[in-house]
Write a protein that binds this ligand. Structure first.
Ligand code: DHB
Ligand code: FE
Length: 279
């Protein structure tokens, strides 16, 4: 059977993608961040995932306010990059894993999670930046991807608990997938940041570090944290952190923290990365 080999939580800051794309990883502004994530890249190289399930949000690239799925799963063979602002990054197309994606769709929907099935979809920095965090700038991404797109853009977003329970359902589904795939699960977004309004530029490192602690040792407690706490403490876009709960739900109750990085600032956000293995 397929096997979840671990989970990664990571911010998906577009400026990190731009730094990689424009060869700035060794510049003084960026070097300290990339030094902190070197052990993440080393772990992924060693872990050799065949496929990554990436919980991320689209930022009005593939979807718009015309259509807002709460949870969408990409079942296509290929997902081209897209982005707001400067347009698509010059990164390889993302290869899907249709058999696993369809298995997940069936298992999750019959498990009473009403997924939207997406046959055609581009993927933006929410998904491609985490790939670059893990794999740097290869000619071809070294693993397949099942995109799991979550609405955290238009209120109401799903609760942290709903995301945590979805992660548990993903775990049940992967455990029943008849293959020998090594599956890595990612929760992306965050950490504290607010991109507009009076509190633009908000960073709350205390909240972020407490979140990193709690997602390791008390995920059920963290899953009960309401939206208002994220908004108040981590800013309007800090709500992206609920997607990390999907990753955490797919792991065992007890996990081992392999590596953690926290860096402020990247762009005007607080950046966190954590690597977890089942204990
Ligand atoms: C920015 C955008 C994001 O989607 C995010 O998660 C963090 C930062 C930005 O535009 O800086
Ligand atoms: Fe984002």
């Amino acid at each position: 059977m397929a096997q979840i080999i671990g989970g990664i939580g990571t911010s998906h800051v577009p400026a990190v993608g731009a730094a990689i794309d424009h060869n700035k990883q060794n510049e003084p502004y960026w070097a300290p961040y990339f030094e902190k994530i070197a052990p993440v890249r080393a772990w992924v190289r060693e872990a050799k995932p065949d496929v990554c399930i990436i919980a991320y949000n689209d930022h009005a690239s593939a979807f718009s306010l015309a259509l807002i799925p709460t949870f969408a799963i990409g079942v296509a063979a290929t997902f081209p990059p897209a982005d707001e602002g400067y347009g698509p990054r010059q990164v390889p197309d993302v290869a899907g894993h249709p058999p696993l994606a369809w298995h997940l769709a069936e298992s999750l929907i019959l498990d009473e999670f009403d997924m939207t099935i997406v046959n055609e979809m581009s993927v933006d920095h929410g998904l491609t930046v985490p790939l670059s965090v893990m794999f740097d700038q290869p000619k071809k991404w070294p693993c397949k991807v099942v995109p799991l797109c979550v609405n955290v853009i238009q209120y109401p977003a799903p609760t942290g608990n709903r995301c945590y329970q979805l992660g548990k359902a993903i775990r049940r589904a992967v455990d029943e997938f008849p293959g020998d795939e090594r599956v890595l699960i990612l929760g992306t977004g965050g950490m504290s940041h607010q991109l507009q309004g009076e509190r633009a530029g908000l960073v709350n490192a205390d909240f972020d570090l407490a979140f990193l602690d709690r997602i390791v040792t008390d995920p059920a407690g963290q899953s009960a944290v309401p939206h208002t706490d994220y908004l108040r403490e981590a800013g309007s876009e800090g709500i992206e952190l609920v997607m990390w709960m999907i990753m955490r739900g797919a792991l065992d109750e007890q996990v081992r923290e392999v590596h953690r990085a926290h860096h402020v600032p990247t762009s005007n956000t607080s950046n966190g990365v954590i690597v977890l293995e089942n204990a």
